[in-house]
Design a protein around this ligand. Structure first.
Ligand SMILES: [Zn+2]
Length: 229
């Protein structure tokens, strides 16, 4: 009977650790061992992203802070693959909580931004995936950190070719002017939420759009920061 119930729980992914499959955990969470083992970044700004300087155009403002919570290592890659490519939207709270814990440490000596927006996706990508993964993350973060979430605060106006196929300079070229801010952000410090931060090109496109609508500062927040060595 117990084995049957466990199989049933596994079939519906109730009480199964997302990382190791250990079944004695609350639904939608990691077991204590996997939680402990998650590869985390030290809570500080991703300084290396200063190498975006060569790609900034004249007068272009950069993001104020760049924060990423988890390292791009196999355990995290597995979770992100489930979330993004196997449509496990239920992972959003777990991933957002990792980022929220990281951000609480990053902002312990200063005020949090005024509002949160999500990196936009194209209508086509949204239809294909069935959910808006960065919007889910941003919604959970806004509740956890008690910040307003601006629904549809950014819109994708041009699709960008597959980023991993492109060289770094063409990634920047492809991303520029790919996003549009739909609200007035005058005087606001805005946090932009993404799932994976890699070159920073997507975040800078978001920042560009937000600065054009009056944002005072833009902070980049990502669940995962994938550092390129
Ligand atoms: Zn586990």
């Amino acid at each position: 009977m117990l084995a049957f119930l466990r199989r049933l729980a596994n079939a519906f992914e109730l009480g199964v650790c997302w990382s190791c499959g250990y079944s004695q955990v609350a639904a939608g969470s990691l077991c204590p061992y996997c939680e402990e083992a998650l590869p985390r970044w030290y809570p500080r700004c991703c300084q290396h992203l200063s190498d975006i300087e060569p790609y900034l155009s004249e007068g272009q403002k950069r993001c104020r802070y760049w924060y990423g919570a988890l390292r791009w290592e196999p355990q995290v890659q597995q979770l992100m693959a489930l979330f993004k490519f196997r449509n496990k939207a239920e992972l959003a709270p777990l991933l957002a909580n990792q980022l929220a814990a990281h951000l609480r440490l990053c902002y312990q000596h200063q005020a949090l931004p005024d509002c949160v927006v999500a990196v936009p996706m194209t209508q086509q990508a949204w239809r294909k995936r069935g959910f808006h993964q960065t919007a889910l993350l941003a919604q959970h973060l806004s509740v956890t950190l008690e910040l307003p979430y601006i629904v549809g605060g950014l819109r994708k106006i041009r699709s960008v070719p597959m980023q991993h196929m492109a060289s770094q300079s063409s990634r920047w070229e492809n991303s520029r002017r790919s996003q549009l801010a739909l609200h007035d952000y005058s005087g606001c410090t805005v946090a932009v939420v993404d799932d994976v931060l890699s070159t920073g090109a997507t975040m800078m496109a978001a920042a560009d759009a937000l600065y054009k609508k009056g944002a005072k500062a833009v902070d980049a927040w990502a669940v995962v920061y994938n550092q390129h060595d």
